[in-house]
Design a protein around this ligand. Structure first.
Ligand code: NOJ
Length: 549
């Protein structure tokens, strides 16, 4: 007999203003979503064309990856002009129209903001590297070589190799935590803060609904630039470096408060989403700010790196809920443009359970484009690979091309992403004839229909949007939890295992209604309080009575 036993976590009070607390976000990797002009690269007009699809799916807010002018060394995460639009993505008028259309449909637009670094082709960096005495020299992080000519310290780039690049012209090294074409800005310089405030205001003046702050935990570096600790990994092989002197430095938090103040000087609630790395609950919590005055939604990505195993997931989630500051809302990210797609990571048999979990947890979820039709990674042959980050040291950092291939809208040659005679910037998956929107939108049992149904249930249910969450005691391969608000009481049960499971819910209720199963074909039925879960099945039940309360 199963009982609730763990702590009850309450959702913070919600108002129409705090829309972001339970909003469903959707990441559009712009190059791959929809090409409107036949150049094989997705663009702003393409996103605008597909807004009705996103609305129909049940999305509240769209995060668009960088579309600013860029030499595309990191496909837009190397910005050369923060207040423009790259011609491959369209024009500023296209952006304005997209924003207006989204607002007309009642949806919000969150844009990516890359504050940690610029492109090496940004005019600020061109000035900075022009001479040691240039007024913008100190906008970036320059250091002398060690006496033997080697880099100033042992810091490594996340993409592999040293984080320092030698500049022969001025005889110093500059710091780049990512590609050498992405020099890090010096956020200890007040002029940098000022310049970025102006950038934020430019977009806020246009009416964007918020920013996703890229690599925000790395903004400030330790003042003394000490060597990082180095350890041997579990297999005694490669040395692993902990980036402790660039991650979450104390001086970062006043900067985040400043960004929040800029946002709050505008009417309405705009949101700050933060890419804060794979931090555990205690450290991640700091990004909300001691007075909840920093980032609204630090991205919780740790579940994404947790084994798909009921007890491991339960422990991971419990730790986050328990560690959240009072009044903070969790933001769960299970997939994105930097990691393997869900199905490739966890296996096809689990993909609907992952959706069930993500969309029924307390907090705001984000989907990665194509999750809703069960897209998986695509094999990209070596001659078609374009992610330079994955070419430096593939064992250390594999390329991200396989999880960024074009959205599959239909079964045609280029899956409706671009014209059939065009070569898309990355290959389209061969499975497009079955894994596509056109096929799935008319199939009552498809993954797309499952997502849509789940999102509709979520939108209609206060318990799912703003109810409390309580995990049931250990039930083997099944992860189960109750979401509750007023007299609505839902139980979500996810079978992670390959064997059927009987759940005895008689301690919780007299009888249950099955509202939605990952198998779709279960009718909405009333049954006694003992229910059977098939292998890998996940089910949302309505508990008809409350025996505990
Ligand atoms: C994180 C982004 O998600 C990733 O795609 C990018 O390469 C790095 N930050 C550098 O901007």
């Amino acid at each position: 007999m199963l009982t609730t036993g763990s702590q009850i976590f309450q959702a913070p009070t919600q108002t129409a203003e705090t829309w972001w607390r339970s909003a469903v976000f959707y990441e559009v990797y712009i190059r791959s979503f929809q090409d409107s002009n036949g150049d094989g690269i997705g663009d702003l007009r393409g996103i605008q064309q597909r807004l009705p699809y996103l609305k129909q799916l049940g999305i509240d807010a769209v995060w668009i990856t960088p579309f600013y002018p860029s030499p595309m060394a990191d496909f837009g995460y190397d910005v050369s002009d923060y207040t423009g639009v790259d011609s491959s993505f369209g024009t500023m008028e296209d952006f304005d129209r997209l924003l207006q259309s989204a607002h007309d449909l009642g949806m919000r637009i969150v844009i990516d903001m890359v504050l940690n670094h610029t492109s090496d082709e940004h005019p600020w960096f061109a000035e900075s590297r022009s001479s040691r005495t240039n007024p913008k020299r100190d906008w970036y992080i320059w250091r002398d070589a060690q006496p033997d000519g080697s880099p100033p310290n042992n810091w490594t780039s996340f993409f592999g190799g040293s984080a320092w690049q030698w500049d022969a012209h001025t005889g110093q090294y500059y710091l780049h935590l990512f590609l050498d074409r992405q020099p890090d800005l010096n956020w200890r310089n007040p002029e940098v803060i000022q310049a970025m405030d102006t950038v934020l205001r430019f977009w806020l003046d246009k009416g964007v609904d918020g920013f996703r702050l890229d690599a925000i935990n790395f903004l400030v570096k330790h003042e003394a630039f000490p060597d990082m600790p180095v350890v041997t990994n579990a297999t005694g092989g490669d040395l692993v470096q902990y980036h402790v002197y660039v991650n979450n430095q104390p001086e970062l938090h006043p900067l985040l408060q400043n960004v929040r103040r800029v946002l709050e000087s505008y009417p309405g609630e705009r949101v700050l989403i933060g890419e804060t790395g794979t931090l555990k609950a205690p450290e991640l919590s700091q990004f909300y700010g001691a007075g909840l005055d920093e980032i609204h939604l630090p991205m919780i990505v740790l579940p994404l790196h947790t084994a798909w195993q009921a007890q491991a997931m339960r422990a991971c989630l419990l730790e986050f809920y328990a560690g959240l500051p009072q009044g903070a809302s969790p933001h769960f990210v299970f997939s994105n443009h930097d990691d393997k797609r869900l199905i490739t990571r966890y296996g096809f048999e689990h993909h609907r359970s992952i959706a069930m979990l993500l969309l029924t947890l307390l907090g705001s979820p984000i989907l990665y484009y194509g999750d809703e039709i069960a897209m998986c990674d695509t094999y990209v042959p070596p001659e078609k690979r374009v992610d330079t980050a994955g070419m430096i040291d593939p064992d250390h950092y594999p390329g991200r091309d396989p999880n960024r291939t074009p959205m599959q809208w239909d079964g045609s040659t280029n899956a409706g992403f671009t014209g059939t005679a065009v070569e898309a910037w990355l290959p389209v998956n061969d499975n497009r004839s079955t894994i596509n929107v056109a096929v799935q939108e008319h199939d009552p049992e498809s993954t797309l229909t499952f997502y849509q149904t789940l999102l509709r249930l979520r939108s209609d249910s206060r318990a799912l949007r703003e109810g409390s969450i309580q995990f049931l005691e250990d039930c083997g391969d099944v992860l189960a939890y109750v979401r509750e608000c007023d007299d609505e009481r839902l139980l979500i049960a996810i079978n992670f295992g390959g064997a059927a499971h009987i759940l005895d819910l008689s301690a919780l209720t007299d009888h249950v209604h099955c509202v939605l199963s990952s198998r779709m074909q279960r009718p909405e039925a009333v049954s006694v309080a003992e229910v059977a879960l098939n292998a890998y099945e996940s089910v949302l039940f309505r508990l008809a009575s409350n025996k505990e309360g």
